[in-house]
Structure formats: structure tokens, C-alpha cells
Design a protein around this ligand. Sequence first.
Ligand code: AMP
Length: 221
Amino acid sequence: MIPGARLILLGRQGAGKGTQCVRLSRHFVVPHISTGDMLRAAVREGTELGVMAKRVMDEGGLVTDDIMVGLVRERLSQPDAVSRGYILDGFPRTVGQAQALDEITAVRPIDVVLDLDVPRDLVLHRLTSRRVCRDCGTNYVADGVEKLPWICEVCGGDVMHRDDDTPEAIAHRLDLYEEQTSPLIQYYQRNGRLAIVDGVASPDEVFRRLTDAVEAARRPS
Ligand code: AMP
């Protein structure tokens, strides 16, 4: 395995993207850039962006492309992302964001766009029991018998129920995914950078499929 990669992981919320991104970032030794985590950090810091983002996120809506593109442009210009690459999680979410990203990455293009494919019914079920580490983003499944306060096994952070994981917000986010984000599959399919990975399997098996897809895409043809 050659360290360093420029990757995008697409997929419905609840498909297991967060957990797989944490693992992929360690495997390829690249920063995990999650736009959701960036917005949640802004909410915690109480910045102007955070106040606006909290309202949008709690409703399950999308923050505007201008703001998101600005955040990602800045993050991708940091030395770690320039020298090692990155895994993008939660971005792009619209065709407008994907077009802007093409422009941002024109000099150092994305290696492969991975689409983690999990059907809507299954993610709906997973999202209602999802709990997330506030600090490192590791996902957990609540089964009702966990010990509280719940401490993350990876980093010792607090494991929380996200404010935006209400049934209404979940339904709205999944609708938005079909409308705004699923067209990205065709967008990336057209320029030959897409690998669709079946996400219905154990986390270890899905991870193996994802790393295989990255290696296959990087192999010289
Ligand atoms: P996530 O952690 O990726 O599920 O993102 C949580 C929420 O942050 C989303 O439901 C959106 O409200 C917002 N968000 C994150 N990334 C983006 C993006 N690329 N474009 C617009 N809104 C975003």
C-alpha cells in the first residue's frame, strides 16, 4: 500500500461513511475531512457560521454551496492535505459543490470517488439508533443497554445522540440526498472516477471492499 491518496466517500447518511472514513484515513495516512464535523465544531465554538449552521442542520437542510466551498477550499490548501491528500466525507453534496471541487483540485485531481451503496430502508433504521463521538466522529449503535456517560473507545470523547438525528430531520435529509446528492453518482460516472461499493456487509468486509477499490483505481492501466 502506498500512503497518501485523494479520496471522496459518497453515500447516504447512515451508510457507515463516518466509521469507514476514520479507518481509511488511518490506512492511507491522510486527514479525514468531514464537513459535518467542521460545522459541528463551529456550532460548539458559537461562531456566526455555527449559529447559522445549527439551524440548518437541526432541520436536516443543507448549508449553502458558497459557504461549504469556501470552507473546503481553505481546508484543502493546508499543508497536510497538499502533501498527503485527504478523504472527503460529506462533501460534495450537490453538483454545484462537485463543480467547484473540480476547479479546486484541478492541479492535484481526486484519485477515486467511492460511493458506499446502502438502501434507504436500511439507513433509516441505522440512523435512528446512531450515536456519534463528538470528538473523532466514530459511530456507534445504541441498543438501550449501554453504560452512561458513554465514552468513545477510540479517543475517550463523549458519545452523543446527534441533535439532527430526529425522525423528521432524518426523513428530510434522505429526501435531500435523493434530490441533490444522488445526481453526483452520474456526474462522477461520466468522467470515469466512480467506484460503487456495496455497503451491506460487516464493517471489516466493507473496509476491505473500499481499500480494494482504491488500489484498483490507482493501479496503472
Ligand atoms: P454530516 O455529518 O455529513 O451528516 O452533516 C451534518 C449536516 O451538516 C448535514 O445534514 C448538513 O446540514 C450539513 N452539511 C454537512 N456537509 C454539507 C455540505 N457539503 N453541504 C451542505 N450542508 C452540509
